[in-house]
Design a protein around this ligand. Structure first.
Ligand code: SAH
Ligand code: F3S
Length: 452
């Protein structure tokens, strides 16, 4: 049977989609190639959030075609995911070596389409149509069962799409309308993962706080998303629940209160801010003000004082003045995020912001990016330093990538901890003492290990 290599760009949703496609292909008899150089099928799972991500995938495909088309003419080349969805047939027009373009509602069709291409029944396939029920098709996992690299943590897709239509964002166009899986379906997948040894589950979606809004009724003041958290929380053997990405407007009292009530829901939240200026938040169509955002953070810290909070911020949104940017800086200083991903605004096809007046020159975007980064890094360094000398609990995930002689895990508040341990610690919940901090990593002392 053929072998496949999948390269993934972008967010955790994309990672998860790639895993599901790989698992589906493996169940049909494909093997996973170690490198693209030996693969019979090469798929690029693409991201459209910024232009740079699209360019990277296009350049990569050009290189692959140049490298392999002559020497290995039968190699199948495909694009899937967000850029496949937004560009469709154009990708083949531009890059005639591409055989397959698979949209975001079609991941589960990968095996059938590859069979047809390999058998020579069809020459090219482009499928970017909508498909009812596709939100429930990302469910297969590749979990290593061997003791050596047993999976401790897994991602579960709970919904697809986004209806928020932030004016800068292409996601509602590439991922479509919000569609949610049922609670029973998600719980069944989580149960199966836990039975296979998974200890931590991250619930995934573009806007998870809108989960089930149309499909599932509010019950006892609890949103569908909180009902889902409760149902997953019931699973015996599951130790930790995370989710990403929520939208600030979804942090009602029911969700804030869940952090105090559900012990498996870890003290960690990724709350995309985008801007600290009310004027820009409105232009961005974010649906909250600076004051409302601060109140959510305040409430979360009241319920869970040790909660780790990260965010996304865009610099250089059209019309962003120095005063708007200063408002972002001041809010960042006030809130003290544990970390923040800063994005340079990128004009996206067909989004309202792309046509707004006052597009910001790149040099100014770069300058603001670097000022904000300095500010974020200084705060984060202080936050990480605060852990030194303290005991903290981690879930051990496996060998450290940078130094396989060491082990790595994460705190409940989502900080990476590296320590001198061994394979026997994998999948353990452990208490250890933090000895030092650097570069968004904490280092624990193995001498005081206290295995639960
Ligand atoms: N809810 C999704 C949002 C996907 S986009 C999630 O968090 O996964 C992720 C981040 O990319 C957004 O929070 C935003 O900060 C950034 N982003 C989106 N569109 C952008 C654009 N046009 N230019 C720059 N950054 C953008
Ligand atoms: Fe994009 Fe806003 Fe949805 S950032 S994914 S449109 S919440």
């Amino acid at each position: 049977m053929p072998s496949v290599f999948i390269k993934t760009y972008g967010c955790q949703m994309n990672e998860r989609d790639s895993e599901a496609v790989a698992a589906q292909l493996v169940s049909k008899g494909y093997s996973l190639a170690e490198t693209e150089a030996v693969a019979d099928v090469i798929l690029l799972n693409t991201c459209s959030v910024r232009d740079m991500a699209e360019q990277k995938a296009i350049n990569k495909m050009e290189n692959l075609a140049g490298q392999f088309r002559k020497s290995r003419p039968n190699v199948i080349l495909g694009f899937m995911g967000c850029m496949a969805q937004s560009r469709g047939q154009q990708l083949i027009d531009k890059l005639p070596d591409v055989d397959l373009v698979l949209g975001t509602q079609k991941f589960h069709r990968a095996a059938d389409y590859l069979d047809e291409l390999i058998a020579g029944k069809r020459d090219k396939i482009v499928d970017v149509a909508e498909e009812k029920g596709s939100e429930a098709t990302i469910k297969e996992h590749i979990l290593s069962g061997s003791a050596k690299d047993k999976s401790v943590s897994a991602f579960v897709s709970i919904m697809q799409g986004c209806n928020q239509y932030c004016t800068f964002c292409i996601v509602p166009y590439t991922r479509g309308e919000e569609r949610s899986r049922s609670i029973a379906d998600v719980v069944a997948e989580c149960r199966d993962l836990v039975a296979r040894g998974v200890k931590e589950i991250t619930l995934l979606g573009q806007i998870v706080t809108s989960y089930g809004k149309r499909e599932i009724k509010i019950q006892d003041g609890k949103s569908a998303f909180v009902q889902l958290l409760e149902a997953v929380h019931e699973i015996e053997g599951l130790e930790r629940i995370r989710f990403t990405s929520p939208h600030p407007k979804g942090y009602g009292d029911d969700l804030v209160e869940a952090y105090g009530r559900l012990p498996k829901l870890v003290e960690s939240a990724h709350l995309p801010l985008q801007s600290g200026s009310d004027r820009l938040l409105k232009l961005m169509h974010r649906g909250y003000t600076r004051e409302r955002f601060s109140k959510i953070i305040h409430d979360l810290r009241r319920v869970q004082p040790s909660i780790g909070i990260t965010t996304d911020i865009i610099v250089g949104f059209p019309g962003e003045t120095e005063a708007d940017f200063e408002e972002t800086l001041s809010l960042v200083r006030e809130i003290e995020f544990d970390n923040a991903f800063i994005f340079k605004y990128s004009q996206r096809k067909d989004t309202p912001a792309a046509a707004m007046p006052g597009q910001i020159p790149l040099e100014m975007i770069e300058e603001r990016h670097s000022r904000l980064l300095t500010c974020i890094n200084a705060i984060a360094a202080k936050k990480y330093e605060n852990f030194v000398g303290r005991h903290t609990q981690i879930l051990v995930e496996g060998a450290s990538k940078k130094n396989p002689a060491r082990m790595t895990g994460r705190t409940r508040c989502n900080k990476i901890v590296v320590f001198d341990g061994g394979e026997r610690h994998r999948a353990q919940i452990m208490d250890l003492k933090i000895e030092r901090a650097s570069n968004f990593t904490l280092y624990g002392d193995p001498a005081i290990l206290n295995v639960n």
